[in-house]
Design a protein around this ligand. Structure first.
Ligand code: SAM
Length: 271
């Protein structure tokens, strides 16, 4: 039996709680991965029964992630700070970036210690640990992330970096500028800030209420935000066309754009 211990005033758990569902492991379950426990499957199945589109949203988000990484590499940006990285499988940033042909480097940051252990061991097993590092941290602790020895070893902040906040800011309460500001200020001109986020409707729907209720059981409850709030959060930055849109409509490939939007908004800003 394991229990979750918390350092004082920190949201970063130091052990995996196998009895409590985790957003990271639930997401892995939606994607057909292998990194989930009974508590995650129970919570995820309850949500999938009520909101089957959750699995579609996860798949559309991973497809968006792939297109964002490929876009960044196409722009000559090959350094990735992957905040709220999630498990690597299938199709995480390390896999896509390392397959891109560019000499990419990735620092994966996650609040879930199970994630960082798995990302680190996968990097070692696939022979890319010289290019991919994992940090167990809360992304709200920008200084801790930016000054971490792994970040300093792998990323050069004098050159452009792609800061990825994909499907993670909706687990971060409060003002997003407080979180994004220090990261934006640390990045060189030409850097990119990419995000995807669960969108709030004008009035909370039953779907939204059920989704929030399920994630309230995890260590990272869900905070939905409107397109206007997200636009404000990247205020003053140059948004890459087509701006903030449903993730399947951002630089769609193949049949992406034909699919119904899943409730996740995404965009990329140039710093
Ligand atoms: C839905 S997954 C997204 C994974 C990946 N970014 C993607 O888009 O495919 C969200 C991840 O964010 C992590 N997370 C949530 N809050 C976080 C925080 N404050 N700091 C770092 N990671 C966080 C969770 O543990 C989980 O692995």
């Amino acid at each position: 039996m394991t229990s979750t211990l918390h350092a004082p005033r920190s949201r970063t758990p130091v052990e995996v709680d196998s009895f409590r569902p985790s957003a990271a492991r639930m997401y892995d379950y939606y994607l057909g991965g292998r990194n989930h426990l009974a508590a995650d499957r129970e919570a995820a199945d309850a949500l999938l029964d009520a909101v089957p589109d959750i699995a579609v949203a996860a798949q559309q988000n991973r497809a968006f992630l792939r297109r964002v990484v490929e876009y960044a590499v196409g722009q000559g940006v090959t350094q990735f700070l992957d905040l709220g990285s999630g498990y690597t499988s299938p199709g995480g940033v390390p896999e896509v970036a390392c397959a891109s042909g560019a000499a990419s480097r990735v620092v994966a940051v996650d609040i879930d210690p199970g994630v960082t252990a798995q990302v680190g061991s996968t990097a070692r097993a696939t022979g890319v640990s010289g290019r991919v590092g994992a940090i167990h941290a809360d992304l709200c602790d920008a200084a801790g992330v930016l000054e971490h020895p792994v970040t300093r070893r792998l990323l050069d902040f004098d050159r452009p970096v792609a800061i990825l906040c994909l499907a993670v800011l909706h687990f971060v309460p409060g003002d997003l500028e407080r979180v994004l500001g220090p990261l934006r200020r640390a990045a060189a001109p030409g850097s990119l800030l990419a995000f995807s986020h669960a969108a709030a409707g004008e009035t909370p729907s039953t779907t939204e209420r059920i989704t929030r209720l399920v994630y309230d059981c995890t260590l990272t409850p869900l905070v939905l935000r409107s397109a206007e709030t997200l636009t404000d959060a990247v205020g003053g930055l140059d948004l890459v066309e087509p701006g903030i849109v449903p993730v399947n409509r951002w630089h769609p490939a193949g049949t992406d754009a034909a699919a119904p939007a899943s409730g996740l908004l995404g965009g990329v800003a140039r710093l």
